[in-house]
Design a protein around this ligand. Structure first.
Ligand code: MG
Ligand code: ZN
Length: 216
């Protein structure tokens, strides 16, 4: 039984990767830069996307978001209220987006109208790691309120992402977390090859650096 399950899982991942490659090619043909945001519920993914999108629009970039959630359209409504165009993408039961769901969202959009697409994954730090969607950058967002052990507990998501962000730097003291511990864990995990960037979507500290890391 266990062997069968492993085999099925392998096929599912292989099929996902195939569609992710096709998404990537489609987005490149259209000249679109795509950035995926992963992280727990409450890490601040939606707020970060909204703030980054505001900066992108100021630079004249045409931006659209895909709001991934198990159910509901709360994030999409927040995006719309901020002036960010977006498509809602509910997974129904799954705790992660997959490349096929993203493809269906892309099919609903007029891709000639956008320069950048921001994808918000479902709040989850585990399985999104295994399901690439076809984005140029995979960004993982954690926050100081989640404690100082996030990197030690979730190796896969940090190893499968291109950029790591520590949000809510402004309240680190208040929640008794030393960001240096988290930055240090990340440095050890990635062999010092990648840096983690601190920010606060509330004070907007660190946002310029994130824009430049993402080539924007
Ligand atoms: Mg959200
Ligand atoms: Zn999942």
């Amino acid at each position: 039984m266990h062997i069968v399950q492993v085999g099925m899982e392998y096929d599912v991942l292989k099929e996902n990767n195939k569609i992710a490659n096709s998404n990537y090619r489609l987005l490149k043909e259209k000249g679109i830069k795509t950035i995926e945001f992963m992280g727990s519920i409450g890490a601040g993914k939606t707020a970060l996307i909204i703030k980054l999108a505001e900066r992108m629009r100021e630079k004249g970039l045409r931006v659209c978001a895909i709001a991934g959630d198990v159910t509901g359209d709360d994030d999409q409504r927040r995006m719309k209220e901020s002036g960010l165009e977006s498509v809602n993408c509910n997974t129904g039961h799954e705790c992660h987006l997959d490349a096929n769901l993203v493809r269906k969202s892309l099919d609903k959009m007029d891709l000639d109208r956008y320069d950048v697409i921001l994808i918000e994954n479902v709040g989850n730090l585990v399985c999104p790691a295994d399901f690439p969607l076809g984005a140029d950058y995979r960004v993982v967002v954690i926050s100081t309120t989640e404690g100082d052990d996030m990197v030690r507990k979730h190796h896969d998501i940090f190893l499968h992402s291109d950029v790591a962000i520590l949000n809510k730097m402004d309240i680190a003291d208040a929640v008794g977390v030393d960001p240096a511990v988290i930055f240090d864990d990340y440095k050890k995990l990635t062999g010092g090859l990648k840096a983690m960037y601190g920010c606060s979507t509330r004070t907007e500290g660190g946002m310029d650096e994130i824009m430049s890391v993402l080539g924007l």
